[in-house]
Design a protein. Structure first.
Length: 407
């Protein structure tokens, strides 16, 4: 990543004018409480238009805002969502020779998964590729599956379509994982330029920002390559070290990027003691957490990244967690977000979703028992939000507001 030649003293001085300009109207912004958004719409009144006019914004400090992004954040860049990948598989088993042999197995698995949902009264879910691979993984364990001693016999139809010794289970799973790389490795990142919104926000914010991402893709690394991104890898050895994320006055970082489930340009160097390394580019056999319900592993960097999310989300500095393109499908991370809200009434979550942010809010609030007033929504696609909306002025309406709040 680019190494800055600007003296640190000069960079620190550059932050002060923006903070001073914001400070002049902080008192006024306290006095006028923004109307609560309804139906995903941003509140706009004559009062807060005046308060949040040109060059006015709340005075924020380091780590007041953090980001959690999911697959929906990269959808506009051309990277398919999990349900779209299943749509491809539906077509592949009809049209592609390599896939046709698994058609009966796929149809059986899809029917069984949806049947299982229906028994529980859930008739609205659709199959996504990760759930499909999770089922394949569990079936592939055969006698080692924890439930096996309680099963009288495998389903007769499963025995017919799974191949001898369940060999087609493993082969189908491998084929999907191989295709996963092609789905994610888009090559052309021209459609991902909206990610530059993070860079624009960083410059306005004046402090490093922390992005926790569930995504395997390279959109952020590619679009923001001119910024100082901290990914945890030593530029000389290419190996990952947790110490690269530790505070260091000698490093001038723009964005800390935590890839919670791996990346298509990571690999394990088994000949070096299983050290995680960053490749010069994407490649097959990449280090990814995919196709397992156990997303929280005891190995680094994943365990460390979860610890970092916990640490910063529970910090007194954290006032707003902005969630973009994430459907709240990972229970362990959802619990950490809920814990952060429960720990302080002076902390909010803002859900950015194009289709149904209110639905996501209701599911999250009801399942994890959080205060609904701390969960804000904005109905907007990720690309439009990053391109047009993300700014200090915008997030002012979603920060905690009370007599005790510093905002």
């Amino acid at each position: 990543m680019r190494q800055s030649n600007v003296p640190k003293a000069a960079k620190k001085a550059a932050k002060k004018p923006a903070k001073k300009a914001a400070k002049k109207l902080v008192a006024r912004s306290r006095a006028v409480k923004p109307a609560e958004p309804t139906n995903g719409s941003q509140p706009v009144t004559s009062q807060n238009e005046e308060v949040l006019g040109e060059n006015t914004a709340p005075e924020l400090t380091e780590n007041n805002v953090m980001f959690l992004i999911g697959a929906g954040c990269s959808a506009a860049a051309g990277i398919k969502m999990a349900n779209q990948m299943v749509e491809d598989i539906e077509q592949f088993v009809k049209d592609k020779k390599e896939w046709e042999k698994f058609s009966k197995l796929y149809y059986y698995l899809k029917s069984a998964i949806l049947y299982s949902d229906g028994i529980g009264g859930n008739f609205k879910t659709t199959l996504n590729v990760e759930r499909l691979v999770v089922v394949l993984t569990e079936l592939g364990k055969k006698e080692q599956n924890i439930a096996y001693p309680f099963i009288g016999n495998w389903n007769t139809r499963l025995m017919e379509v799974a191949g001898k010794g369940f060999e087609d289970i493993e082969s189908f799973q491998d084929l999907i994982k191989k295709q996963l790389f092609d789905w994610i490795n888009i090559g052309d990142f021209s459609g991902a330029e909206y990610y530059s919104g993070f860079g624009r926000f960083k410059r306005e914010f004046g402090y490093p920002i922390r992005i926790f991402s569930f995504n395997y893709d390279l959109c952020i690394e590619t679009v923001l390559k001119d910024l100082n991104l901290e990914l945890g890898f030593d530029p000389k050895t290419k190996g990952w070290l947790y110490s690269n994320f530790e505070p260091n006055s000698d490093k001038d970082i723009d964005i800390y990027l935590y890839k919670l489930h791996g990346s298509i340009d990571w690999e394990r160097a088994t000949h070096k003691g299983n050290v995680l390394e960053k490749r010069t580019g994407p490649g097959s056999g990449a280090e990814l957490i995919f196709g397992t319900d156990a997303k929280l592993t005891s190995t680094d960097p994943y365990l460390y990244y979860v610890f970092e999310f916990r640490k910063y989300s529970l910090s007194e500095d954290c006032k707003l967690i902005i969630v973009i393109g994430y459907s709240f499908g990972d229970d362990y991370m959802n619990k950490l977000v809920a814990q952060a809200l429960s720990a302080s009434q002076q902390r909010n979550v803002l859900i950015i979703d194009k289709f149904n942010p209110d639905g996501l809010k209701q599911i999250f609030v009801s399942k994890y028992g959080v205060n609904g007033d701390q969960v804000k929504i904005w109905q907007r696609s990720a690309d439009d939000f990053l391109r047009d909306d993300l700014s200090l002025k915008f997030i002012a309406d979603y920060l905690p507001s009370s007599d005790e709040s510093p905002f």
